[in-house]
Write a protein that binds this ligand. Structure first.
Ligand SMILES: Cc1ncc(COP(=O)(O)O)c(C=O)c1O
Length: 380
């Protein structure tokens, strides 16, 4: 594969994306919920035409994502961001179908703008905080005490401001069907007295329904049961990771091998900090194609070192059947969700090219490569 495409390169495998779309569509059809693609996790627009065949609406978290939805999903998104700035709000109101605010104060601030807008179909929502922590990593847990995200039930007025038509909850991350069921139970417990007055309930993302072993039938059952108890509500899910889960990889190359204090590090032309940030933030150890995920005594064993000068830009160790050498290709699996949407050019590092493989046997098409103009263009 190495010679066909530039290195480094993110490669999206369309067959795998289609298979995820089918699984998510099955959940949608069987449960009767609405499912949106969360752009924050996966916004690789050259394949959004494929997503659109089954899922025509996205959820956006900024004006840029709103415009991406208008342009490449050909629809108005459901929009939620923790804050909206006055410079952006008019356009966001105009270009969205649903607009969720993070506080009652923000609704107050923009009430007049909404009333005066030409978009009379806009449906306004409020993010609420269910105060149920099922996510272990604090960085991804919106329900930590004092969280800035969403209004807790005991701070809500008995009578909601009249424009509020929906509640938005996001409290999961790579979670199971049982955790979604617990979240739904908690929402009923905390917010039951308002639910009857609303038109929709968005239960956010974190439903990893494309992961092997996910209890799809359990999810469907929980969603159907909730819907039958709340027939006035459109139940909405907005997963992101589930769409991009295991739909592609990142190629890289060994540029040097260093050994200090008994630790061998394969120095790569990619960076964990810049190109695989969740490996450091979550943190987790990605799968390398053909490598032993856990070190094996007696086999050549290496850390993988990133190309930025951040001291902590490394992960590992992995073992290989043969010694690595300069020029070897290292392929990181499952590098589509929360990668290309989060990458940086810290240190001016080269951004990996972007490529698509339409089917298993087809050629890999490079859709974008990056150069100095991309780096310098971000600053002036
Ligand atoms: C409000 C909201 N919706 C949806 C998502 C998507 O979550 P995931 O990619 O885990 O499905 C996130 C992720 O942070 C989020 O904050």
């Amino acid at each position: 594969m190495g010679s066909q495409i530039p290195n480094p390169c993110y490669v999206l495998e369309v067959d795998k994306l289609r298979s995820n779309l089918e699984k998510i569509e099955y959940v949608r059809k069987s449960s009767g919920v609405t499912i949106l693609l969360a752009f924050k996790a996966f916004a690789f627009w050259p394949v959004l035409n494929i997503v659109r065949e089954k899922f025509g609406v996205a959820t956006a978290s900024s004006l840029n994502e709103v415009m991406l939805a208008n342009t490449y999903m050909l629809s108005k998104p459901h929009t939620y961001a923790p804050v909206y700035s006055p410079e952006d709000i008019d356009e966001i109101i105009e270009r969205s179908s649903h607009l969720t605010f993070n506080s009652l104060g923000l609704i107050e601030r923009y009430r007049e703008k909404i009333r005066q807008s030409r978009n009379k179909d806009l449906s306004v929502g409020l993010r609420v905080n269910p105060e149920l922590s099922q996510v272990e990593t604090d960085l991804y847990n919106p329900c930590l005490p004092g969280s800035r995200l969403g209004v807790p039930a005991d701070e809500l007025p008995e009578e909601l401001p009249e424009e509020i038509e929906g509640f938005h909850v996001h409290a999961l991350c790579e979670s199971s069907a049982a955790e979604t069921a617990s979240l739904l139970g908690q929402i009923e417990k905390k917010f039951g007295r308002w639910l009857g007055k609303l038109k929709w309930l968005n239960i956010g993302g974190g439903h990893l329904m494309t992961r092997a072993g996910y209890d799809t039938e359990g999810l469907i059952e929980a969603l159907r049961a909730f819907r039958s108890r709340h027939q006035n509500l459109e139940l909405i899910l907005e997963p992101g990771s589930a769409f991009g889960w295991q739909t592609g990889y990142l190629t890289s190359r060994v540029e040097d091998i260093v050994e200090h204090g008994g630790v061998k590090t394969a120095m790569l032309n990619v960076s964990f900090a810049c190109h695989m940030p969740d490996c450091l933030e979550m943190p987790y150890k990605p799968v390398i194609r053909g490598a032993h995920h856990e070190p094996v005594a007696g086999l050549p064993t290496y850390r993988m070192g990133g190309c930025s000068c951040l001291s902590g830009d490394y992960v590992g160790e992995w073992s290989f059947d043969k010694e690595l050498k300069v020029g070897d290709e290292i392929i990181f699996e499952d590098m589509m969700h929360y990668t290309t949407v989060k990458t940086t050019m810290f240190n001016g590092v080269k951004h990996p090219s972007m490529a698509v493989q339409d089917s298993k046997d087809s050629e890999i098409r490079v859709v974008r490569s990056f150069d100095f103009s991309d780096y310098v263009g971000r600053m002036g």
